[in-house]
Design a protein around this ligand. Structure first.
Ligand code: NAD
Length: 337
């Protein structure tokens, strides 16, 4: 099989979740790593036997890549993606697509015009738990969703924000707990409900962080065109990362699921459940709250690049959740004034 020539831009915390699959899957070889911090790029390149760059344009101009992963601060995602599209390179971007709606939509259109693939990481969709729930909904076993709710209570203290020059800023991260941590649970519900959003009513606050101005708490009600009402609550002032919880009330049953486990109880008394595999290994430097499914999504993206299957989570697909996230900010920011 032809191996895709792959590069990664951004060699920070999440880099390992992309570098290990890129350098070990049969579909790919990791040939170039780029970071503006030269030592970071050099260390990453040496570890994975790739070439180091500090300028992503130079890397994209020289390396004849088939695909590039973006592991960058949020405000750079679409800027760099568009440069890659202009060079005919397929892009797999970390979430979120961008810090506003317009640039994300513009990037989707640019990729379509360039005829290249644009994937966006929402790895939690590949968890066994989420897969079971989605399959049951698609098969009609649960009937229609009536209501949904999600909760996330995690810990991101001032120390966490001190370590980064972009996290916790409106102009570079685009927000706080919603765009960074709760985006995955909101995406899971949005994916399950699979309908246009009719209205968003929400509030946001910074209740516990002194060194950043972005929201650390948010709650709201999303009403969908198909009638589903979805309530969400998230905050990162908690003392640890508790498992997220999503509940779905459906016509033919109830669902409780998180990243690791899913429990479905049908109205006829029958049950189904799914769990994270037992022997998953955490990559060196990886965090368990990132889950273990980056590799599944990355492989799916590569197989789409090779023309073996259609791309699952395209930019256009991810735009649905991005639009909702941007609407939550539009409403929520008003309540922070
Ligand atoms: N999917 C998930 O669960 C998950 C988890 C963690 C992070 N992420 C996402 O991954 C992305 C990166 O987050 P992180 O925590 O690794 O951030 P980070 O700050 O640790 O890493 C970003 C890296 O990009 C580099 N960089 C900045 N500007 C650059 C440029 N112009 N060219 C090349 N390199 C540049 C920085 O020097 C840094 O090394 C974000 O979008 C974040 O939301 C996703």
């Amino acid at each position: 099989m032809k191996k895709l020539r792959v590069g990664i831009i951004g060699c920070g915390r999440i880099f390992v979740m992309h570098a290990v699959p890129a350098s070990t899957l049969e579909e790919s070889e990791l040939v170039a790593c780029c970071d503006v911090v030269a030592e970071r790029a050099a260390a990453a390149a040496e570890k994975y036997g790739a070439k180091a760059y500090t300028d992503y344009r130079e890397m994209l101009d020289r390396e004849k890549l088939d695909a590039v992963h973006l592991c960058l601060p949020h405000y750079l995602h679409t800027v760099v993606a568009k440069y890659a599209f202009s060079r005919g390179v397929n892009v797999l971007s970390e979430k979120p697509m961008s810090i506003d709606y317009e640039s994300a939509e513009d990037a989707v259109i640019s990729a379509e015009k360039a005829g290249v693939l644009y994937g966006v990481i929402f790895q939690c969709r590949y968890n066994n738990s989420a897969q079971l729930v989605k399959r049951s909904l698609e098969a009609g076993k649960l009937g229609k969703i009536i209501s949904a709710r999600s909760t996330l209570t995690w810990k991101r203290d001032d120390e966490y924000y001190k370590e980064s020059d972009w996290k916790g800023t409106w102009d570079k991260e685009g927000g706080g707990v919603v765009i960074d941590q709760a985006i995955h649970s909101i995406d899971l519900v949005n994916w399950m409900v699979d309908s246009g959003v009719k209205s968003v009513s929400c509030s946001m606050a910074n209740r516990g962080h002194k060194i950043v101005k972005v929201e650390d708490s948010a709650e709201g009600l999303i009403t969908y065109e198909n009638g589903v009402r979805y309530g969400f609550y998230c905050m990162n002032n908690y003392g640890c990362d508790e498992p997220i919880e999503i509940r779905l009330l459906c016509e033919k049953g109830k669902v409780v699921f998180g990243y690791d486990d899913a429990y479905i109880t049908y109205n006829d008394g029958s049950t189904e459940e799914a769990h994270q595999e037992e022997n998953v290994t955490l990559y060196e430097g990886g965090k368990d709250y990132w889950g273990f499914q980056h590799v599944r999504q990355i492989r799916q993206f590569y197989r789409a690049c090779l023309g073996l299957e259609p791309l699952d989570i395209s930019g256009r697909e991810a735009l649905k959740t991005h639009k909702l996230i941007c609407e939550i900010y539009k409403q929520g920011k008003e309540t922070m004034r």
